[in-house]
Design a protein around this ligand. Structure first.
Ligand code: FAD
Length: 466
């Protein structure tokens, strides 16, 4: 069995063979797929634990979703963070104090670029190179096949000691199916194709979906379009960005840290919402059919303002499409020129056979701590989290945990076996004290405090004496 190397594997690769193809042996090097926030912090933490790392990135720059130059970037010109700065930065790399509470997406890209430079991560990244296959090889190793993005050039297969999948889960649009959609003559786009308000200016726009993106687009359409309807399936809790004079996530976090019971936190925040936004049913929105924290937080201070000014018209779910109109479930007929489906994204791992991540028929992988699949100890996933807080600090600790796990397997196989047993028993567990609604939108929903406590316990358990 091969072990992880402590040095960069820059020596000429020995050639192995698989189905008549050459396979370049990268020894103990770990392969990271993707150089977004998750991939970058994976490279950094693996390096700090002494691993050689090769990262493959299909685009030509770092930053993933936050790099608006990328084909698949879901950000639009007006995107600002919905999580506040201290809850979004990596714990070992603060954002500048002069930055606002909720930085613009271009600031987040600049932050990730500085992170990559500061920790000297770029020499590890093969840009413009996409991973097309990841296959198990002998001794818990992995054959990773890459090619130039877009399918140009020859494929190349390299054998790695371990793989960290950090390919993001906000780039493959989830499009709903409706009767009559094919014959509708208006324009239909997914939110991933929405880039700025020029796309809605002067039009009659129907925005579908009440996630954070749907609310942002509805707000822009409310200001710029000739008419804006906002269709949602149910009532939601719309939190303002500020509460009690502080960014709302900071207030919420302080209640969680004092271990206030969930019911009490729900009661306090309900009270805060009553004080700030009040009862939204008076604007025509449905009353939420669930308690606070049982759906992914929607944070938007402008939506209620626009509702109050009558520029956004809330409407129920779509029933069906017709050639020139859309019929709502309450029988009303709308005639939009443009329909924007802000209906979210689905995870995609085209380069992996579904059983490797324990993926069920609906496409949801079964992972322990959203990172470890059963039976494949050297295959891990980073960043597959939908937190009620910023992702970056969580994925930092998640990748420290992955690095420790890979070290422990070598140093203390007995202890590693015990942890592998836990992965088998608990893969797919949820990390949220609230009873989160069942939907693809909540597949990876976690409560950041519940999750971090579990990661902290695991970090202690995986510690290897120096
Ligand atoms: C509109 C919007 C607003 C958001 N706001 C916030 C916020 O306020 N706070 C917050 O914490 N999070 C927010 N997020 C979540 C955001 O996705 C994360 O902050 C973060 O970008 C996730 O990083 P990642 O590295 O996991 O994925 P990504 O950023 O998607 O990076 C994945 C990388 O993998 C590469 N890749 C994919 N497949 C392959 C392949 N086969 N081969 C090689 N490379 C590959 C991609 O090109 C990409 O660079 C928001 C998301 C959206 C869509």
């Amino acid at each position: 069995m091969s072990t992880f190397s402590d040095q960069e594997s820059n020596e000429p690769a020995a050639t192995l063979w698989r189905d008549g193809r050459p396979v370049y042996d990268r020894g103990g090097t770990v392969c990271v797929i993707g150089a977004g926030a998750s991939g970058l912090t994976a490279i950094k933490n693996l390096k700090e634990y002494g691993f050689g790392v090769d990262c493959y990135e299909r685009e030509t720059g770092v930053g993933g979703a936050w790099n608006w130059r990328h084909d698949r970037s879901p950000v639009y010109a007006s995107t600002h963070l919905i999580t506040s700065r201290p809850f979004t930065e990596f714990p070992d790399f603060p954002m500048p104090d002069s930055w606002p509470d909720y930085p613009h997406h271009s600031q987040l890209l600049s932050y990730l670029e500085h992170y990559a430079d500061h920790f000297d991560l770029r020499p590890h990244i093969w840009f413009g190179t996409e991973v097309v296959r990841v296959e198990p090889a002998e001794g818990d190793r992995w054959d990773v096949t890459t090619r130039s993005t877009g399918g140009y050039g020859a494929e190349r297969t390299s054998r790695y000691a371990a793989v960290v999948v950090a390919n993001g889960h906000n780039w493959a649009p989830k499009m709903p199916a409706y009767e009559g959609l094919d014959e509708f003559r208006g324009k239909v786009i997914h939110a991933s194709a929405y880039k700025d308000a020029t796309q809605v200016r002067g039009k009659r726009v129907l925005v579908v979906g009440a996630g954070n993106t749907g609310c942002d687009i509805a707000v822009e359409a409310g200001q710029q379009a000739a008419r804006c309807w906002h269709s949602t399936r149910r009532g939601y809790w719309y939190a303002p960005k500020y509460a009690l004079g502080r960014p709302a996530d900071q207030v919420n976090d302080s209640f969680g840290l004092y271990r206030l019971p969930l019911r009490l936190r729900q009661w306090i925040f309900q009270w805060v919402l009553n004080l700030t936004v009040g009862d939204l049913t008076r604007f025509g929105l449905s009353r939420p059919d669930h308690r606070l924290f049982e759906t992914h937080p929607i944070v938007n201070s402008h939506l209620v303002y626009q509702l109050g000014h009558g520029t956004i018209n809330p409407v129920p779910e779509i029933g069906r499409f017709r050639r020139n109109s859309v019929t709502l479930v309450d029988g009303r007929e709308l005639e939009p020129d443009l329909v924007v489906f802000a209906t979210g994204y689905l995870p995609r791992f085209e380069f992996l056979a579904p059983e490797l991540l324990g993926t069920d028929a609906s496409g949801r992988p079964a992972l322990y701590l959203n990172a470890f699949p059963r039976r494949h100890p050297t295959l891990t996933v980073a960043g597959l989290l939908q937190p009620d807080s910023g992702l970056l600090p969580l994925v930092h600790w998640q990748t420290v945990m992955i690095a420790r796990w890979l070290r422990l397997r070598e140093a203390a196989p007995e202890r590693a076996r015990a942890f592998a047993g836990r992965i088998d028993a608990e893969a797919g567990n949820r990390w949220h004290s609230a009873k989160v609604k069942e939907s693809t939108r909540h597949w990876f929903e976690i409560g950041h405090i519940d999750y971090l406590r579990a990661v902290q316990r695991t970090l202690d358990e995986l510690e290897v004496a120096a």
